[in-house]
Design a protein around this ligand. Structure first.
Ligand code: 4NP
Length: 163
């Protein structure tokens, strides 16, 4: 069984699809596609069915050469069972995910994405939706840092499982 990662933001059109596609890029580069799989979701249903935001898509293409694939969906309670690790982009997303797990049974699976950063000190991935191009580029910088750290963490989990 592959290790399953779920990236979660608010709309599932900017931050979490970028995280999912960057992580897939790193997983493919490392030859681990059969061991780690990724998906993404939004805490809201605002953009259900939509492709990734065109500004995020343009930034990922020009800055990283990565094509963003995906179709927005809303996070559901079933995701707690389905995934091994759920990465929230900010504290509000984190709180909204935990709200769907009132007994805290799955709390050990939920983490803030920036916990895996090693070069940046920001604790949340800022919502770029109402800002300019720089915000999208900053999100990509943070996500690349976090995804690299996350790959190391998951490799360790696969090798020495803790749960
Ligand atoms: P995301 O960005 O959570 O990174 O996908 C947003 C997308 C849409 C909205 C807010 C943030 N919105 O308010 O529609």
């Amino acid at each position: 069984m592959p290790y399953k990662l779920l990236f979660v933001c608010l709309g599932n059109i900017c931050r979490s699809p970028a995280a999912e596609n960057i992580m897939n890029h790193l997983i493919e580069q490392a030859g681990l596609s059969d061991k780690i799989v990724c998906d993404s979701a939004g805490t809201s249903s605002y953009h259900t069915g939509d492709p990734p935001d065109r500004r995020m898509t343009a930034a990922a293409a020009s800055k990283l050469g990565i094509k963003l694939r995906g179709c927005a969906r809303q996070f559901t309670k079933a995701d707690f069972e389905e995934f091994d690790l759920i990465l929230a982009m900010d504290r509000e997303n984190f709180a909204n995910i935990c709200y769907l797990d009132p007994t805290g049974s799955y709390q050990h699976k939920v983490r803030l994405m920036c916990d895996f950063c090693t070069r940046h000190s920001l604790k949340e991935v800022p919502d770029p939706y109402y800002g300019g191009v720089e915000g999208f580029n900053q999100v990509l910088d943070l996500l690349m840092d976090a995804c690299e750290g996350l790959l190391g963490y998951v490799l360790n989990e696969i090798t020495y499982p803790s749960h």
